[in-house]
Design a protein around this ligand. Structure first.
Ligand code: SF4
Length: 303
């Protein structure tokens, strides 16, 4: 039996389900029961009724969200070192300080935050529903963290004032994209459609034909009549885009746009974690209860 077969057998024996983020390695995506972005996977985790174990192939904050939404299930993160640097940028102290400075402003946090931060906010959002979440609030000024670029994008879309916390939170992978590279690719592929993630810089957003989360990019690529796409998000998405649209061409806007944390999940690590049921993600209930309320408020917003 090869490793993939062993994982499939273990998955069945242990009533486990594997959720994989769009940025995971192709072989992890192939073995997963569900592939998606953070909101799709959070929903799947919340709806999961039959599985006893959830293997969350992604980074720390996503597995934490699954554990928060499924307190009775065992949630495993195949590699404990898979931490999102952006999530680490926002501390509880920074949120408390912002609340003191702007006592009337609600706090909206991107799901790319640790559970302790989520427990301090009014509602969470993802890159797929951030605009709708901000629009749903009866407030013109909102404290928003940790991604400064997403804050700027949402502010442009809603006309509301977003106070970024920390002042310069960012995704190191999405900051690698530069408009100059896109311009060169556009010369090589005239007429190509440029799709960009809102975590990219405003300069990148300016050269985009379409701005959206990874789930929105996948839908857009399927529905669009365009044949060639220049893609401004982490390279793992290319596997899914190419698989779902074999007749279309996808070019990564910068070849080096690889999130090293997302790639820490390997088949070996997933196998060992599931076999030994190790790397269980637990969130203390007082924090989990507050963070759960923030996530559930997000689910109530229609996007
Ligand atoms: S791609 Fe960026 S936001 Fe996503 S896990 Fe990696 S560092 Fe974090």
């Amino acid at each position: 039996m090869d490793l993939t077969d062993k994982i499939v057998k273990l998955k069945k024996d242990k009533k486990a389900v594997i959720l994989a983020h769009n940025y995971q390695r192709p072989e992890i995506q192939e073995i997963a029961d569900y592939i998606g972005d953070s909101i799709e996977l959070s929903r799947k985790a919340a709806e999961e009724k039959d599985a006893e174990i959830i293997v969350f192939s992604a980074v720390d904050f996503m597995a934490e969200s699954a554990a928060i939404l499924n307190p009775k299930k065992k949630v495993l993160l195949p590699c404990l070192g898979a931490r999102c640097p952006m999530a680490q940028m926002l501390t509880v102290d920074a949120i408390k300080q912002a609340k003191k400075l702007h006592p009337n402003a609600p706090v909206v946090l991107y799901v790319n935050t640790l559970a302790s931060a989520k427990a301090q906010c009014d509602v969470c959002c993802t890159s797929a529903n951030a605009v709708e979440v901000i629009k749903s609030l009866d407030a013109e000024t909102v404290i928003f963290g940790p991604d400064r670029n997403l804050a700027e994008y949402v502010s442009e879309k809603t006309g509301k004032t977003l106070i970024p916390i920390p002042e310069w939170g960012f995704c190191p992978t999405h900051l690698l994209f530069q408009p100059e590279d896109v311009k060169v690719l556009q010369m090589q592929h005239p007429g190509a459609t440029v799709m960009v993630h809102p975590e990219c810089s405003s300069e990148m957003r300016k050269v985009a034909n379409f701005i959206g989360s990874t789930s929105k990019m996948c839908r857009y690529a399927k529905e669009s009549n365009a044949k060639t796409f220049i893609v401004g998000t982490e390279e793992g998405i290319m596997h899914r885009l190419r698989k779902e649209n074999p007749e279309k061409e996808f070019i990564l806007a910068y070849e080096g746009a690889v999130c090293p944390n997302m790639k820490l999940t390997t088949l070996d690590r997933l196998y060992v974690a599931l076999k030994e049921e190790k790397n269980v993600i637990k969130v203390p209930e007082p924090i989990a209860a507050k963070a759960r309320a923030s996530l559930e408020r997000m689910f109530e917003v229609k996007a």
